[in-house]
Ligand binder design. Structure first.
Ligand code: GLN
Length: 566
C-alpha cells in the first residue's frame, strides 16, 4: 500500500474506529484548507482579518471559499437577539447567519449560501437525524469520530461543490472554549489526514498592554497558543492583534514560545480603515507565508496584477464635510446591531466621496417626550431600520411624520416601510387608530398584517419570509430610474408582516406610489412619495446586498439627496 496518502489509507480501511465520510468526487490535495482560530479574547476582529485574508488571496488569483464554524447550539442565527449578538445577516438562499458572513460577502463581492455557515447546532441536528435513521450501523455515536467526522464531511463537501483552491475556515470563539473544542479536534484530524502541505493553521491572538505598565505583555497570548499546541494544532502563522504596534522583541517572545518563526509572527494593530487591511497584510508578507505553507507559491506567483492599491483608493472618502444620517431605532450601545446599514452608508460615501456620519436617534426617548426638533438636530437624512416588537414604534412613527412634513430625506427599511405606511394611514388618510397587527392585534385598521402564507405556520423559528426574491419595478417611477430601468431586481427579505392589500387603493389615493411589488402577488415592496425631496422605503433589506464598489441604488440616492443643500 506504499504511495498512498494517510487519507487514502483511512478510506480504504474498513476499521470501525474511523468515521471519515468522503463525499463523491473528492480529490485529496486538490483543495487546500486555511484554518483560523482565535486566542486570548474574542471581539478582536477575527472575522475582519479572515475576510481581508480571503480578499488578499482572491487578489492573487485564487478561488477562495470562506466557511464559518459557529460554536453555539442554535441551528442558525435566526433566533439570536441582535442587541446581544449583533445583526442577523440574511443570505440569498434564506440562511440566517451572523454578521461575519456579511463581512465576507462585502469583501469578496460574492454571494454565499448555507454551506458557508455551520453551527454546532446544525452538526448535532444532522447527527441526531442520522442516528434515528440508523445510519451509524449500530455504533454508539461519539464526539470522536462522529461529530468530528460530520465537520470534516461538511468541509470536503464544500471543496467538491465549489472546486475552490482554498477553503478558509474561521472557527468561532477562542481556543480553550468548551464549545468549540470538537471543531478544533476536527481540524487536528484534517491536518493529519490531509497532510501538512494541505492545511495552513493561523492563530489570531491578542497582545495585552496594561495601562499601569505601558508595555506589551505576551503571557496571555503565549498561554492561548500553548493551548493550541496541546490540542495538536500547531500554527504556521500567528497574527498578533494589539491596540498599538508591537515591537520586534514582543514578536520574538511569541515566536520562541510557539515554534513559529519570527517573520511569521505578524503584528496587526488597530486601524481606522479596515478596507486597507488586505494590502497591509500583503505588505507584511502574509499571502507569501500562506502560499508557502500550502506549497502554492509557484502556482499563484505574484504577477503585478494586484488590484489592492486601486481598491484602497476606491474605498476612501473626504472627511471635510460629512453628511449626517440619523438612524432611528432602539439601542444598547453596540453598532453591530445595524452593521450592514452602516456599511451600506459607507459604500455610498465611497461613491460620493462625502463621508457619512451617523447620529443615533433613540425612539423610546421621543416617546418619553423628547422633542423631534431636538432629536433630529443637525441631521441631513433619516433611516428607520428593521426591527421587531412594539417598543419604540410610536417614536419611529413620529420621526416618519416629521420627515414627511419637513421634507427631510427619509429611507425606511423593512419595519421602516411598515412604519411609513402606518404614519400615512393615520395622518394623511385619517385612520387614526391604524396600526400593524404585530403591535396591536385587535386594531380597527390593520394596515400592516401578517402574510397569509405565514399565518399557517406556528412557532418562532422558521416562519419568516426569508432570503433573495424578485421585485417587480413599476415603469416611470423613481425606483425605475434609480435601478437603471430594470423591470426586476433581486433583494433580500426577512419579515412576517406586510402591507394589507385591502388598503392599497387608499394609500395610492393618498399620494403613495408603490413602485415595487412581488411578481404575481399584491405584496407591496417599495413605496415612494414623488413630490418629496426623498421619501422611499422598502419591505426588503437593501443593505444586505450593498457592496463597497456597488452601493445599493436606493441608499445612494438617499445619501445624495441628504447631502444636497435645501
Ligand atoms: N417586524 C416586521 C415583520 O416581521 C419587520 C421585520 C424587519 O424589520 N426585519 O414584518
Amino acid at each position: 500500500m506504499s504511495g498512498q496518502s494517510i487519507l487514502e489509507k483511512i478510506i480504504s480501511t474498513s476499521g470501525d474506529e474511523f468515521y471519515t465520510p468522503i463525499p463523491k468526487g473528492y480529490v485529496p490535495g486538490k483543495t487546500k484548507f486555511v484554518v483560523i482560530t482565535g486566542s486570548v479574547i474574542s471581539g478582536i476582529g477575527k472575522g475582519t482579518i479572515s475576510s481581508s485574508l480571503c480578499k488578499m488571496l482572491q487578489d492573487r488569483g485564487m478561488n477562495v471559499e470562506p466557511i464559518k464554524l459557529e460554536a453555539y447550539l442554535n441551528v442558525d442565527a435566526g433566533t439570536l437577539n441582535p442587541f446581544r449578538h449583533g445583526e442577523v445577516f440574511v443570505l440569498d438562499d434564506g440562511t440566517e447567519t451572523d454578521l461575519d458572513l456579511g463581512t465576507y460577502e462585502r469583501m469578496l463581492d460574492k454571494n454565499l449560501g448555507k454551506d458557508n455557515f455551520v453551527t454546532s447546532g446544525k452538526i448535532y441536528q444532522t447527527i441526531i437525524e442520522n442516528e434515528r435513521a440508523g445510519k451509524y450501523l449500530g455504533r454508539d455515536v461519539q464526539f470522536i469520530p462522529h461529530v468530528t467526522g460530520e465537520i470534516k464531511k461538511v468541509l470536503r463537501e464544500l471543496a467538491v461543490k465549489t472546486k475552490a483552491d482554498a477553503i478558509v475556515i474561521e472557527i468561532g470563539g477562542t481556543v480553550g472554549d468548551y464549545e468549540n473544542m470538537f471543531a478544533i479536534e476536527a481540524m487536528r484530524e484534517m491536518l493529519y489526514e490531509e497532510g501538512r502541505e494541505n492545511v495552513c493553521v493561523i492563530n489570531i491572538t491578542y497582545v495585552l498592554q496594561p495601562k499601569s505598565l505601558g508595555e506589551h505583555k505576551t503571557k496571555a497570548a503565549q498561554l492561548g497558543i500553548r493551548k493550541l499546541l496541546e490540542l495538536g494544532l500547531p500554527p504556521n502563522i500567528i497574527i498578533c492583534r494589539s491596540e498599538n504596534k508591537i515591537s520586534e522583541k514582543t514578536r520574538e517572545k511569541i515566536s520562541l514560545n510557539s515554534n513559529v518563526p519570527v517573520e511569521k509572527v505578524i503584528g496587526v494593530h488597530d486601524v481606522s480603515n479596515i478596507y486597507g487591511l488586505p494590502l497591509a497584510l500583503r505588505k507584511l508578507g502574509l499571502d507569501e507565508h500562506i502560499l508557502e505553507a500550502l506549497a502554492l507559491s509557484k502556482k499563484f506567483k505574484a504577477n503585478g496584477n494586484s488590484k489592492l492599491e486601486e481598491w484602497n483608493r476606491q474605498t476612501s472618502c473626504d472627511v471635510t464635510k460629512p453628511v449626517v444620517i440619523g438612524i432611528a431605532g432602539k439601542y444598547t450601545g453596540s453598532s453591530d446591531t445595524y452593521i450592514s446599514i452602516l456599511k451600506a452608508l459607507e459604500h455610498c460615501s465611497f461613491a460620493t466621496k462625502k463621508c457619512v456620519e451617523v447620529k443615533w436617534i433613540e425612539t423610546t426617548e421621543i416617546e418619553k417626550g423628547k422633542s423631534l426638533a431636538d432629536a433630529l438636530k443637525g441631521v441631513d437624512g433619516v433611516i428607520v431600520p428593521g426591527g421587531f416588537g412594539a417598543r419604540g414604534i410610536e417614536g419611529k412613527i413620529a420621526v416618519a411624520k416629521y420627515c414627511r412634513e419637513k421634507n427631510i430625506p427619509f429611507l425606511g427599511l423593512c419595519l421602516g416601510f411598515q412604519v411609513a405606511l402606518i404614519e400615512i394611514a393615520r395622518n394623511v388618510i385619517g385612520l387614526k387608530q391604524a396600526n400593524s397587527t404585530e403591535f396591536a392585534p385587535d386594531t380597527k385598521y390593520p394596515v400592516i398584517d401578517i402574510l397569509p402564507e405565514q399565518k399557517k405556520i406556528e412557532g418562532l423559528g422558521g416562519n419568516m419570509r426569508l432570503g433573495g426574491k424578485d421585485v417587480e419595478i413599476k415603469q416611470g417611477t423613481i425606483a425605475f430610474r434609480l435601478h437603471e430601468n430594470q423591470k426586476t431586481i433581486r433583494r433580500r427579505f426577512r419579515h412576517r408582516f406586510e402591507c394589507n392589500p385591502d388598503y392599497i387603493e387608499k394609500f395610492e389615493k393618498a399620494g403613495i406610489v408603490f413602485s415595487g411589488k412581488a411578481p404575481g402577488y399584491p405584496i407591496m415592496q417599495i413605496l415612494e412619495l414623488p413630490k418629496h425631496k426623498f421619501f422611499m422605503a422598502s419591505q426588503f433589506h437593501p443593505e444586505f446586498t450593498s457592496r463597497p464598489l456597488h452601493p445599493d441604488e436606493m441608499f445612494l440616492e438617499f445619501v445624495k439627496k441628504s447631502s444636497e443643500e435645501n
